[in-house]
Design a protein around this ligand. Structure first.
Ligand code: AKG
Length: 301
């Protein structure tokens, strides 16, 4: 039997059972899909429609939202399509355009990076952010319970109501040489948790015990990735998942990950209730912004 990333029914009223499923999937895979999560399919379809429309605009219009060149800025439009593919080049390179927008909380939103075209971009994204809260609350509660903590502990440790939702849209157009490219190269996310919706084109792969698994498309499912900060807070119980995307010769793939990130000056470390004389902390405690700086610049943590 081919192993598959677990699928979890989020509407199961048995919280204990759900906690066990989420805990196992977060420890063994670090990636899973949740279905029946209560975000209406129309809300997801609208998010996807406006994102697609933006990427289909002429290049100059997209460049109007270009990411500022200073290394500290993350928001805005960027392109990583490699322009020339040489036969001799066997290094797999990224093949993707992207757009980053902080969508929650309102105090961190920078509307100058939100497309004005299509005109309903703002409404669709705000609506999605609003519907995501319930999923975030429930997921963080179940993850906390799974570690033997009170339900609110992990959310509090991740910044509480200041937890930021950073939306990225990945736009992977058809690639003339998919054998020479990857959409995004193998990485783990820096976030606490990432919540992703893809379009229906296959491409996401998760690594488990050194093997790559395709994440099959399930309409309206949310793909959950455990990120580095969740692995740290759980002191290694939950696993930040290594993942990558392949590209396609004929089809455009699009994905909408939302990275749930602590504010840059928020200090993150193994949860104090999970460490003691026997269980020593396995990770450093540091500001999230410093973690990001080290990871981006490939410095030791
Ligand atoms: C990323 O943007 O960090 C991803 O891993 C994207 C995954 C996907 O496109 O499914």
């Amino acid at each position: 039997k081919v192993l598959e990333v677990p699928t979890i029914d989020f509407s199961d009223p048995d919280e204990e059972k759900l906690t066990v499923q989420i805990t196992e999937a977060s420890s063994n895979w670090g990636m899973y899909q949740i279905v029946n999560h209560d975000i209406p399919s129309e809300v997801i379809s609208k998010l996807q429609a406006v994102g697609k429309e933006f990427f289909e605009l002429p290049q100059e219009e997209k460049e109007a939202y270009a990411k500022p060149p200073d290394p500290g800025s993350i928001e805005g439009y960027g392109t990583k399509l490699f322009k020339e593919i040489s036969e001799g080049d066997i290094t797999k390179k990224g093949w993707v355009d992207n757009l980053f927008n902080k969508i929650w909380p309102p105090s961190v939103i920078n509307y100058q990076f939100w497309p004005k075209n299509p005109p309903s971009y703002r409404e669709a994204n705000e609506e999605y952010a609003k519907h995501m809260h319930k999923v975030v609350e429930k997921l963080f509660r179940l993850l906390s319970l799974g570690l033997g903590l009170e339900g609110q502990e992990l959310k509090k440790a991740a910044g509480g109501d200041n937890l930021e939702y950073l939306l990225k849209i990945n736009y992977y157009p058809p690639c003339p040489r998919p054998d020479l490219a990857l959409g995004v190269v193998a990485h783990t996310d820096m976030s606490t948790v990432t919540i992703l919706v893809p379009n229906d084109v296959q491409g996401l792969q998760a690594c488990k015990d050194g093997r790559w698994y395709d994440v099959k498309y399930i309409p309206n499912a949310l793909v959950i990735h455990i990120g580095d900060q969740m692995e740290i807070m759980s002191n290694g119980k939950f696993k930040s998942v290594l993942h990558r995307t392949t590209v396609n010769k004929d089809k455009t793939r699009i994905s909408w990950p939302v990275f749930l990130e602590p504010p840059a000056d928020h200090v993150v470390g193994p949860h104090p209730q999970l460490v003691n004389a026997v269980n020593q902390p396995k990770y450093k405690t540091k500001k999230y912004g410093d973690y990001v700086y080290c990871k981006i610049n490939k410095l030791p943590q």
